[in-house]
Design a protein around this ligand. Structure first.
Ligand code: BGC
Length: 877
């Protein structure tokens, strides 16, 4: 049999270990080369008593105990790129009635499918500051994934967090503030998982830029690098900033986590034992499975020992036909390199996540779409062109979610400026709408694959985080319909470059001009207008700044609407008196035009808050991306620590255009009666004790007879490039592996303790049973209330915010710790804002004790409508 060769794959299995936790040596390197990731072994196994996982554990155990070694390998290793219908699939276990698990993007809807909805970006829903809407969006997205037969929805996103505004994928996440992102993660995850779909918190961690995230991609762009960029993050910053929202995700019971492409402190995220074993599974007590980003796995056994549970999409690189796992994982268990408890734990984690969200064997929804074609019939094994059958059922799963999407995009639209009562519009006599961003893409809403272009209105940014529109309501279409029903005159010029015609239109008497502009970004595998995922600058695209300057010089009632993936520099025009209103409408999804019309005409009274800072220059952010490699393994030192976004602007006391948390309403609010109540809470106890010993789940030992693992020719045909758990030869382990170094001394270096299955000490900042860290971190120490009164003349929502100054010399002046969206306050009505401040909210990460500690420094709290408007203040006793 000559189906496969495994030379490449096995070499990596047995040499990859060394790579997991050593610093690669190379010539050009600055001081940052010293960033190292300490080893953390063994990989923590599941805890049968983990809160909310007990029943899932029992069900998983009953299932996994019946599995053969090859079935377990099949469950952990993807079938290869385009091997089945989803962007990722693992092998089925037909003997036990388990169909292949389907992993599918995206964080805004079901990617690569028809008859699905396209929701707002994460960043846009974050701007609502509304937990109910965050949950509702998650639930609706989960239901659509479920209806299509998806097992794991690949979202939500907390990495990138948004270290720098240029980051190409910031819009997929929520906000550079870890608390807003953490709440958004938790609500979205609950929603998705309540629909019976496993959520995937991604990308762990430090994936803050697209440039150099993967060496082959960067080489394709002409950069000379050999390995992925290393995000060098210290332990304190990790805890206080980047890991924080992942802790919330774990606490919310997320079933899966995706490790990222980049290296963290010079160790690849998907084989970084400190990250996966130490922080995630050890300290945070994560019970679900870790899957690799697509082709982010770089080694075999070492990635398994470092805590990876599922290899996606399964091949070493797209369509290589080789695998780091698959047959090599089988062999590594038989020859004793990988302990049996580890493969059992991998299978347990996958199956526990499966059962936790309510799945039952025999009741899985069959995947009824194909990611690679909209044809009804086609090859189910797309890469190989094999298995011709019906692959697209075209099931409509939208269930009227358009109404919710319209509401979220409207309630996520931030009113940044409103003068001369420009808004809300009230039957304007003459409405002129200007700009490419108000119209449609001539190629249609899905005209560019994965939205990889910026033509027409920006309803969705680009990359794997997108989905195919069922329709896209343009601002032009919706505003025209509204204007006509009001009897207004309506004319639009859907281009940025028709300046003569634009001047003639908007300089007419009494015209209200609405200018639509945008700035786009996306994932690194697509470059748009020279932006290789990340934005090259923070200016508006297609000469948008010039368009605004021109229109506002001709028309004294110019309203600007911005669709963007983050902040843009507005300082050249935002203070002009002729620019009477400015709105940030984020990345709104399919209902774009309807949502903006609802806000412009006051059907929805805006209350959204900007989830990031609008600086006056690019430099004012204090952080930027690396655009040119600084070595063959690019290094990015996160030397700013947790001083990103508003924390930096506050510390530097820099002027800015719009601060984090800022947003206007058509009414006004007053804040009063701040009240702080100290709660009784026990003294914080670091967790002590040990885990159980690594459990033996399998009922029988796997055979060591290589003949038992040979490809079963008689049973089914071999599919080209498909990743199987079987061997193609059995004469010896060396031959099966095709590794020239197989069996030689040092060919299988194993990090110290990596195979130790004895009981292990629990992490002091972790918990005996509760996922998300020591449960005492979530004890409420203070309850804070304030009164918020609608002092204007129309009903509206208000978003009060609570900030804390932790008071230490290294602390940001203030950090967000609580917020709410008080809904529908009528004129004169008062609402109560209440925040429970937890121990975690008031603590710093102490690297010496490896725990959270409340410092002796005085703690002050501030309450108000934005990060720079905080009328109420109190000191905590
Ligand atoms: C992206 C992930 C995505 C995966 C599968 C990767 O390139 O980074 O976010 O889930 O592809 O499409």
């Amino acid at each position: 049999m000559n189906h496969l060769t495994w030379a490449l794959a096995t070499a990596a299995v047995f040499s990859g270990n060394a790579r997991a936790n050593t610093v690669p040596q190379f010539a050009e390197r600055d001081a940052s080369a010293s960033a190292q990731s300490p080893p953390f072994y063994p990989s923590p196994w599941m805890n049968p008593k983990a809160t909310d996982w007990e029943s899932a554990y029992e069900q998983a155990k009953a299932f996994v105990s019946q599995m053969t070694l090859m079935e377990k390998v099949n469950l952990t290793t993807g079938v290869g790129w385009e091997g089945e219908q989803c962007v990722g699939n693992v092998g089925a276990v037909p003997r036990l009635g388990l169909k292949s698990l389907c992993m599918q993007d995206s964080p805004v809807g079901v990617r690569d499918a028809d008859f699905v909805s396209v929701f707002t970006s994460g960043q846009t829903v974050a701007a609502t500051f509304d937990r109910q809407l965050l949950y509702a969006r998650g639930l609706a997205m989960g239901q659509e994934h479920r209806g299509k037969g998806v097992t794991v929805q690949l979202g939500p996103v907390a990495g990138p967090l948004g270290r720098a505004p240029e980051g190409g994928r910031n819009w997929e996440g929520f906000s550079p503030d870890p608390v807003l992102t953490g709440v958004s993660m938790a609500e979205t995850i609950r929603g998705i998982q309540d629909a019976g779909v496993i959520a995937c918190a991604k990308h762990l961690i430090g994936n803050e830029q697209e440039h150099f995230r993967q060496a082959p991609e960067a080489v394709g762009y002409g950069y000379n690098i050999t390995e992925s960029v290393s995000s060098n993050i210290d332990d304190k910053t990790m805890h206080e900033l980047y890991l924080w929202p992942f802790a919330d995700a774990v606490r919310a019971g997320v079933g899966s986590v995706m490790c990222s492409y980049n290296q963290v402190n010079n160790s690849y995220a998907c084989q970084n034992s400190k990250l996966l074993n130490g922080y995630l599974k050890g300290e945070l007590g994560f019970q679900g499975m870790v899957m690799s980003d697509w082709a982010a796995q770089h080694a075999g056994v070492s990635s398994a020992l470092a805590g990876l549970d599922m290899a996606m999409p399964g091949d070493t690189s797209f369509n290589s036909g080789f695998a780091f796992w698959g047959p090599n994982l089988t062999l590594s268990v038989i020859n004793g390199t990988l302990p049996e408890w580890r493969i059992d734990d991998m299978a347990m984690r996958i199956m526990a996540a499966f059962f936790k969200v309510g799945n039952k064997i025999g009741e899985q929804v069959t995947t009824n779409f194909a990611s690679w074609t909209t044809d009804t019939y086609g090859p189910v094994h797309y890469a190989a062109g094999k298995g011709y059958q019906k692959i697209n059922e075209h099931v409509d799963v939208r269930a009227g979610h358009g109404t919710l999407i319209r509401e979220i995009a409207a309630k996520g639209t931030v009113l940044l400026k409103n003068t001369n009562k420009a808004l809300p519009l009230n039957k304007p006599r003459f409405l002129a709408v200007i700009g490419d961003d108000a119209g449609s893409n001539p190629a249609g809403p899905n005209g560019c694959s994965d939205r990889g272009c910026n033509n027409g209105t920006l309803g969705m940014a680009w990359g794997s985080g997108s989905a195919n529109f069922p329709y896209l309501v343009t601002p032009d279409a919706a505003l025209q319909a509204k204007a006509l029903s009001d009897g207004s005159v309506y004319q639009s010029i859907l281009a940025n470059n028709q300046l003569d015609a634009t001047k003639a239109l908007v300089s007419q008497d009494g015209v209200t001009a609405v200018v639509f502009v945008n700035a786009d970004s996306g994932e690194g595998y697509i470059s748009v207008d020279g932006n290789e995922g990340d934005r090259n600058n923070l200016t508006l695209w297609r000469n948008g700044d010039n368009l605004i300057k021109k229109v506002s010089s001709w028309c004294n009632n110019t309203i600007v609407v911005i669709h963007s993936t983050g902040a843009v520099i507005v300082d050249k025009w935002y203070s002009s008196p002729n620019v009477t209103a400015i709105l940030w409408a984020g990345i709104p999804g399919q209902e774009s035009g309807n949502s903006i019309t609802d806000v412009l005409y006051g059907k929805v009274n805006p209350a959204a808050r900007t989830p990031f800072t609008w600086g006056n220059s690019r430099e004012s952010y204090g952080t930027d991306l690396l655009y040119k490699p600084n070595g063959d393994i690019p290094q990015v030192d996160f030397t700013e620590g947790s001083f990103i976004d508003y924390r930096h602007f506050d510390q530097a006391n820099t002027s800015l255009a719009y601060e984090f948390g800022y947003g206007l309403s058509y009414t006004t609010f007053s804040y009063s009666n701040l009240h702080v109540t100290k709660k009784r809470a026990a003294v914080y106890q670091p967790t002590t004790g040990k885990t159980i010993t690594a459990p033996t789940i399998a009922k029988t030992k796997p055979s060591t007879n290589l003949n038992d693992y040979i490809f079963p020719d008689a049973k089914f045909p071999y599919i080209w490039q498909y990743i199987y758990p079987y061997f193609n030869t059995t004469s010896s382990g060396k031959e099966a592996s095709q590794d020239p170094y197989y069996g030689e001394p040092n060919s299988a270096y194993l990090p110290e303790n990596a195979t130790n299955g004895c009981a292990q000490p629990l992490h002091a900042a972790g918990d005996k049973v509760a996922p998300g860290g020591n449960s005492a971190l979530y004890d409420v120490l203070y309850t804070v209330t304030a009164q918020v009164k609608n002092t204007g003349s129309v009903t509206g929502d208000e978003v009060p915010q609570l900030y804390v100054s932790l008071g230490g010399p290294g602390d940001p002046p203030k950090v967000l710790r609580g917020f709410d969206r008080l809904r529908d306050l009528a004129p004169g009505q008062t609402g109560t804002f209440e925040v429970n401040l937890t121990r975690r909210d008031l603590s710093n990460w102490d690297t010496a004790s490896q725990n959270w500690v409340i410092s002796d420094c005085p703690k002050t709290i501030y309450v108000g409508p934005s990060s720079r408007k905080l009328p109420l203040k109190a000191t905590l006793a």
